[in-house]
Design a protein around this ligand. Sequence first.
Ligand code: ATP
Ligand code: MG
Length: 395
Amino acid sequence: MKEVLLLKDGELSLKGQNRSTFEDILVKNCKRRLSHLGKFTFTKSQSTITVEPMMDEAIDWDEAVKIIGKVFGIVGYSRAAICEKDLNTICKTAQAYLSDTLSDAKTFKVEAKRSDKKFPYGSPEICREVGGYLLSKNRGLKVNVHQPQLTVTVEIRDRYAFIHGNQIKGAGGMPVGTNGKGMLLISGGIDSPVAGWMMAKRGIALSAVHFASPPYTSKRAEMKVHELLSKVAEYSGRIKLYTVCFTDIQEAIRDHCPEDTFTLVMRRHMMRIASVLAQKDGAAALITGESVGQVASQTIYALGCTDQAASLPIFRPCIGMDKTEIIDISRKIHTFETSIQPYEDCCTIFTPKHPKTKPTPELLDKVESVMDWSELLKQAVETAKEEWITQEESI
Ligand code: ATP
Ligand code: MG
């Protein structure tokens, strides 16, 4: 049986004149993600995009549905059967295509959409005919027009009729790339992959920067970051990762700054380096997994000091979330199991016993003024390793 996918783009309808640009980006994103499964045509009409295979080749629809479920900008989608626009054929196709679902459901209704106004039957007649046929074939099934378990939709289009069951919930959000690019500071912990996912959901394409301090941090820790980003990339599309060698800077902090400011000075240098790399990469904001009050470097005062060192806005989508809420998302996007693997992060070396929780920017400016950091910062930017992370990668 020939099939198609019908995609509903939700929030896009709010975008007035920009709508077609948004839809074009959504189609481009879907096309790229599905490209390894075959060639498809994409047709836009009203708020539905129809995805139809170009050749008569067999498509791995289960895989296609899995991929489409992770594309931001789609609120719902249906896998539908295509058949001739003949009422008898429509009835038989509906029964054959939805037989399992029909036998599981207790209640149902039929909905008809008729975009081909030349079709000789009106919507009420289509519903009556198809509904009657399905009732005759499925013992125990009852009609419930208000709260049916199953809604069978029949769409009469120009060339064919489409038949599908309940719409599946999509990933929501906005198509990645419709809201510019942001640079994610990714550690290897639970929060930063979630933060990246949340901003990608709002249509922001991602680059990423990871600070590594070999030999204090290991190659395995870097591989962990790769694996986390590859999971995020299933939603955001491919991500350019910059790996910065942070060892010299961390050792200089250890040697020249008071212990209770180590983490804060480190964080401010991260922001400085990330700001330069972001601008070089065309990203207009930094993204972190910080949440207010979670650790000493995330008090309201510490975050203020961190902000001051960045030359771009910092997006912190987890800022008001509890750890349990962040974990819920990390489980949903399958980053949790990787995040909890125990590898050293540069934040966990040289950690002060009693970190300052009420720092001021003036204090940190003074602490940092003991030496000229510019050469070290420049070197860190210039030696950053660049690589693309795609969704296939795994540890
Ligand atoms: P996470 O689960 O994201 O690691 P966390 O609770 O461990 O968060 P911190 O280690 O204080 O918090 O880090 C706060 C944020 O700083 C992280 O969410 C991340 O955005 C950034 N960050 C921390 N370490 C690194 C690193 N090695 N490279 C890049 N960014 C980092
Ligand atoms: Mg961390």
